[in-house]
Design a protein around this ligand. Structure first.
Ligand code: FEO
Length: 392
């Protein structure tokens, strides 16, 4: 028997889990897969809310047909043209040529760009504040450019108080995965939307005027309780504030000595009562390292010198941080160099481009192996990082 999504009458989930995918967007490991969410509102008029990735078209159409039970959708609401959501539009339009395609003007333009032969379905361009009555449900369109592409809009259904939030409030992991929302939602947000803090802030201001009981994102679970918790996390992340007090220690070590120094720092800071995450940049998912950097108020970077610069796994990490607008944190540096240490200088060239970063003076420069004098310097660095805590 078909069931509506929680708290609603007439709104159905027709999303699909993808547990075979290895890299979402060809870059993010998703060990628990990902979901492409879509929804249907059955009323006097029927609205399909987004489609799914082409990887899941067949399964999605089968699920959709089950819900439609022979009826023809009147509207397809297109919130976002990225192919993980728009990739089955053509298949749907071929099946339902009378269905009206509803989206922002930019979305309708992008639709033609994504199709070799664009669909001939009728279209309806909508703008901020426009409404579309379906019967007992009414859709209200809210533009959300750059959350996460320029054409994005979200849709608020005012009778059931549901926000169809596009990519916002999504997470990695197939629907039904037994894992907390927070970590994979943070990795998803920071890496995919993190650069666009201001547009997210604009959307949050609009959302604050809506009475939201349920959030239906395009990835991950439907959010039905404690909506304020999710809004507060987005407020923190999009304003580039640390989420919690703690230290990320990220190291890039060639022969293990820099990793040893990082471990000494981790032990020291843990003994001081700090929450510490220690990551080996040569092996970990860089997106995980980026989300941990955004999570905490402080970060220590420890890297070997290499080819007159810094060991490349650290350089790649810094490139990612720069691309995601990393800012407003305290950073400490540890370098290692056996004849001409250059890592700290190269790391500074990246950090100097980021806003509101405090780089501590207590830099430690190790020559090859960690010696007693280095241990003392590392302890002093740990003390300085501990004193630099800004959040409770
Ligand atoms: Fe889930 Fe920006 O697409």
């Amino acid at each position: 028997m078909l069931e509506t999504i929680p708290n609603t009458e007439g709104i159905y989930y027709v999303g699909v889990n993808d547990t075979d995918i290895d890299l979402f967007e060809n870059q993010y490991p998703v060990p628990n897969g990902v979901s492409y969410n879509a929804y249907v509102i059955l009323d006097e008029k029927i609205a399909v809310m987004d489609t799914v990735d082409p990887r899941a078209t067949s399964a999605w159409l089968a699920r959709l047909e089950e819900v439609l039970d022979g009826r023809t959708p009147d509207y397809l609401i297109i919130s976002h043209m990225e192919p993980d959501h728009a990739g089955s539009i053509l298949a749907l339009t071929q099946k339902y040529p009378s269905m009206t395609l509803v989206g922002s003007a930019k979305a309708l333009t992008m639709l033609t760009n994504f199709c070799v032969t664009p669909p001939e379905n009728p279209t309806l361009g909508v703008k901020e504040g426009d409404t579309l009555p379906l019967g007992s449900h009414t859709l209200h369109f809210v533009m959300a450019p750059m959350v996460h592409w320029p054409e994005v809009m979200v849709t608020y259904e005012s009778t059931e108080r549901v926000l169809f939030s596009a990519d916002a409030f999504g997470k990695f992991g197939a629907v039904g995965t037994d894992e907390p929302w927070l970590d994979e939602a943070r990795r998803y947000f920071i890496n995919i939307v993190g650069k666009y803090g201001m547009p997210v802030q604009t959307l949050l201001k609009k959302a604050a005027k809506l009475d939201i009981r349920t959030i239906c994102p395009l990835h991950g679970p439907i959010l039905t309780e404690n909506i304020a918790f999710y809004l507060e996390k987005y407020q923190t992340w999009s304003s580039y504030q640390p989420e919690t007090s703690g230290v990320l220690i990220a190291h890039a070590s060639i022969h293990g000595h820099t990793a040893q120094a990082a471990q000494l720092l981790a032990d020291d800071l843990t003994a001081m009562g700090e929450t510490v995450v220690l990551l080996d940049l040569t092996r970990c998912d860089v997106a995980e390292a980026v989300q941990q950097a955004f999570r905490f108020d402080r970060m220590i970077l420890a890297a070997a010198s290499y080819d007159g610069g810094v060991f490349l796994p650290m350089e790649e990490f810094l490139l990612h941080l720069q691309a995601k607008n990393f800012q407003n944190r305290t950073v400490a540096l540890v370098e290692n160099g056996s004849w001409a240490p250059s890592a700290a200088k190269r790391m500074r060239t990246y950090l100097d481009t980021m806003k509101q970063l405090t780089v501590l003076d207590e830099m430690v420069s190790i020559c090859s192996v960690v010696k007693p004098a280095d241990e003392a310097a590392l302890h002093a660095l740990a003390e300085a990082v501990h004193k630099a805590a800004v959040t409770a």
